[in-house]
Design a protein around this ligand. Sequence first.
Ligand SMILES: Nc1ncnc2c1ncn2[C@@H]1O[C@H](COP(=O)(O)OP(=O)(O)O)[C@@H](O)[C@H]1O
Ligand SMILES: [Mg+2]
Length: 231
Amino acid sequence: MSMDITIWLRDVWKTYVDGERVVTALKGVNLSVKRGEIVGIQGPSGSGKSTLLKIIAGIERPDRGDVIVEGYNLNMLDENGLAMLRNTVVGYIPQDLGLIEELTIYENIELPLLIAGMPRNERRARVLSVMEYIGLKGKEKAKPSRLSGGERQRVAIARALVNTPTIILADEPTANLDWSNAVKVLELFRKIRDDFNTTIIIVSHDPRVMKYTDRSLLMCDGFLSENKLLE
Ligand SMILES: Nc1ncnc2c1ncn2[C@@H]1O[C@H](COP(=O)(O)OP(=O)(O)O)[C@@H](O)[C@H]1O
Ligand SMILES: [Mg+2]
């Protein structure tokens, strides 16, 4: 495998059993992403996009197939190994953002560094520098509920970025934004890639988002393929 492949999946399957309901969310997914690439994954609701991101992030495990992320074979990692992956390699931004409403913006962004055991002074320098970079300076003491949708999305991006991940996985990052704010978020992802050579996967049901990616794929009923809708 070439060194500049950062994410590699082969024949990945995932089935959920929920009472009587059995859903196969991923049906033999193959994927290969190069370092510094921004890949878009478009597809309708329920097609398996979030499941795919969670498997790459090490939040869900596949039933079958290989997942290699930054050289780690995720099937070989135990729960501690997957937690290490999430704390160091991957910045995962869930669709609901997962911000903690009781904490300030500063504290939300600091949380991954606390978990990583970074000393207080280093944490402070790192959080303030990321907040400045993302354009959140001055919002340190605000609570998430006081911010606009675009600002909340930026806090979630800052929290994902604070541990200097080499990969960012963003689940529907524009779903709750009007289009002009959506474009600002998409341009921020491009800036992050240009500045840090971060590999980024952006999942969205919105075909307009795909124009802001280098390459787009289509997820349909658990199958991932080239996106021919845009050509
Ligand atoms: N934890 C779960 N338990 C049961 N079914 C699930 C679970 N997560 C997802 N699914 C099902 O798997 C399919 C794919 O879901 P998902 O990956 O969330 O798709 P998308 O993100 O494209 O909307 C859907 O039918 C969904 O209902
Ligand atoms: Mg989803």
